[in-house]
Design a protein around this ligand. Structure first.
Ligand code: AVI
Length: 320
């Protein structure tokens, strides 16, 4: 096996991502079939997610941006200046500058496992804020991360926008919140985006837009499996479905078999009954109580909560 980058992707001699193959095969052997949402984000998938943020039905990005734009004064008041802003994931083009211009931070530390995105985002930010020290760190932020020595003495603000926490089951989300606390240290604050429970039709439409962008995002996983893992999954026999799971307060993305099908992936044979699905993503939604509960379980005390004008999305400030 050869390793690339910071040993983050392990490949075999033919270039196959071993973790991807192991995850996909295990997920397809399972009942129900399920594949981790992390594999949705190859280059094509990352671009499709960017496209999703612009479709009319997908409100979270616009709602969260609205909060960041309209509450700058309150952020400045409650967060203050002089903090090291540690962003979990490389900065998005719009949200991060809004936060940074609201609070006058001492430095900016984007953390990401994907080095290329990280460096591009860091360079972009450095250009927008020439006086701000930027220290990108290539790391898996699901575990405690060693921050650069330059920011050791600065109080930290963790920034985790987008309701990405909602893509994790509760146990994983709690583990992440606890690692964030260890990474950020005493006196830290966390500003986190959490999407809200709302009318089912609005939620389903946000994950099954009329233009079919989310369907492309979901089926891209099959294209990736067929291309990278020598698969022959018949794409024309699977369709995208977004389902509301009320017990778990989450939208689920599935790929549904329109008829009984058989296929192989990496030489292994699989079958699906008509109507059987491959579960590809969870997107949990919260209310005031459940978001508080999750944060508290992860070691964070919520201190302030902001919603967009239509009450669709929340940003919460919490303290370690
Ligand atoms: C990245 N994440 C917060 C998105 C979400 O809303 O759960 C991913 C996504 N999946 C389908 N549409 C958007």
């Amino acid at each position: 096996a050869t390793k690339t980058g910071l040993a983050l992707v392990e490949r075999d001699e033919s270039g196959i991502d071993l973790a991807f193959r192991a995850d996909v095969l295990e997920g397809l052997r399972g009942s129900p079939k399920a594949i981790s949402a992390r594999w949705l984000y190859d280059d094509a998938g990352s671009q499709l997610f960017e496209d999703i943020t612009k479709v009319p039905e997908y409100y979270p990005t616009r709602a969260e941006t609205e909060i960041l734009k309209t509450r700058a004064g309150e952020f400045a008041e409650m967060i203050g200046s002089g903090r090291a802003v540690v962003e979990f994931g490389s900065g998005s083009s719009v949200k991060t500058p809004l936060l940074l211009s609201a609070i006058e931070p001492a430095s900016y530390v984007p953390l990401d496992i994907a080095g290329d995105f990280l460096r591009a985002a860091a360079a972009d930010l450095a250009e927008k804020f020439p006086a701000l020290p930027v220290h990108p760190v290539e790391a898996d932020f699901m575990r405690r991360v060693e921050l650069p020595g330059e920011v050791a003495d600065q109080p930290k603000l963790g920034f985790f926008p987008g309701s990405t926490i909602g893509n994790m089951v509760a146990r994983t989300a709690v583990d992440l919140l606890r690692s964030m606390r260890e990474t950020l240290g005493t006196g830290a604050q966390l500003l986190i985006g959490m999407d809200l429970i709302k009318n089912e039709e609005v939620l389903v439409a946000a994950y099954d837009d009329a233009g079919g962008v989310t369907a492309q995002f979901n089926t891209n996983l099959v294209r990736r499996i067929n291309r990278e893992l020598e698969g022959d999954i018949p794409l024309d026999k699977l369709h995208h479905e977004a389902r509301w799971n009320d017990d778990y307060a989450r939208i689920e993305m599935h790929l549904v078999a329109e008829e009984a099908i058989g296929f192989t992936v990496s030489g292994e044979a699989f079958g699906m009954e008509k109507g059987e699905t491959i579960h590809t993503e969870n997107s949990h939604k919260f209310n005031r109580r459940t978001s508080n509960m999750l944060l508290l379980a992860g070691g964070w005390e919520p201190v302030q909560r902001w919603l967009d004008a239509e009450g669709r999305f929340s940003m919460i400030l919490a303290e370690a």
